[in-house]
Design a protein. Sequence first.
Length: 300
Amino acid sequence: MNYKLSHLDQLEAEAIFILRETAAQFQNPALLFSGGKDSIVMAWLARKAFWPARPPFPLVHIDTGHNFGETMHYRDEFVALLRAQLVVGSVQESIDTGRVVEEKGPNASRNKLQTVTLLDTIEKHQFDACLGGGRRDEEKARAKERFFSHRDDFGQWDPKNQRPELWNLFNGRMNPGEHFRVFPLSNFTEMDIWMYIKREEIPLPSIYFSHQREVFERNGQLLAVTEFLKPQDHEKTDTRTVRFRTIGDATCTGAVESNATTLDDIIAEVAAARQTERGTRADDKRSETAMEDRKKEGYF
């Protein structure tokens, strides 16, 4: 009987191959885990790739200190489910030790500060590869990434100096002090991620589903009122039914108005959406090349 793999089967097989290739080529790889849907799917695939053993990568969370409470609660439950080791890099610690200077003003965010904390965490634990949940459809800078993305000894990315990956052959050779970022989900789209989550029945943070939240508008973004982010005097708050398409630092991650309470609702909503998921991220709007500039400096 002829059995044809579905496109989700093919994407899963490709990602599992990349995960196993990472474990084979590198001595001390890690999996970057934000608590967002992409890193959740990547960790879930790692669980499948090495079952019944535990995933051979620690989960590394770069904690800005400005996270949504739902994300942090989910992180701890998910790490326990995977029986994984959790490594936390603290942006607050980077601020306290003078490694970075916290931004000031109404649009201040710790999102960019994560880069230094991430690079310090990589150096401290001597990680030679870091698995990331980036997808090529997310943003134009991420579309330039290879599966195995080389970083120099300063942790920097040069999009013009990446290695060919013909026939899915990956070159993980590097000099001392260098490392790789590896992107198993490169060929997934946002819709693929949601369809895979539904198929696998993967638990998610509640923040992805429709709920009531106090919000206010700033620069075209619908931002949540939190202990880290307050409206200015001229900005009016109200309670709306919203959800988040992407999860990041609470100070720069916008919500969307939505009544999607189930995965089927979210899939239908994504299919009809005219705005990309990162269109709700205020940090990406600071300049035309904001994401690429951060990636060149060592960002995820």
